[in-house]
Design a protein. Structure first.
Length: 108
């Protein structure tokens, strides 16, 4: 009987703490507004993440479709260059102190 009371008290304690800890968590979507560029360039272009450099170059009309005809032969330089991707995002004020911010990259 004594153990049942302990389990009930622990369950009540945890259910009281869940809303307190969960209310300070927020999610920021990283799906939109990505940019990319060749590392030596200063010109950032729109990008799709997840995606690939080839599709981003095609979407920005920088290259022709590599799967059409023999276009792939003229696009070998893409794999020999360095590419950078970036996305800017901002944390809301008061969401958490900088010491408590955590980035979690996972599939949902």
């Amino acid at each position: 009987m004594h153990k049942k009371i302990q389990y009930i008290l622990l369950l009540m304690l945890f259910t009281c703490l869940i809303p307190v800890t969960a209310k300070n968590k927020s999610r920021i979507s990283l799906n939109d507004e990505w940019q990319f560029k060749q590392s030596i360039s200063q010109n950032w272009l729109p990008a799709q993440v997840p995606g690939a450099v080839h599709t981003d170059l095609m979407n920005n009309r920088m290259i022709k479709d590599p799967f059409y005809g023999v276009n792939e032969k003229s696009l070998q330089w893409i794999g020999e260059k360095d590419w950078e991707y970036k996305k800017d995002f901002h944390c809301r004020r008061g969401s958490a102190s900088s010491a408590q911010r955590t980035a979690c990259f996972c599939r949902t």
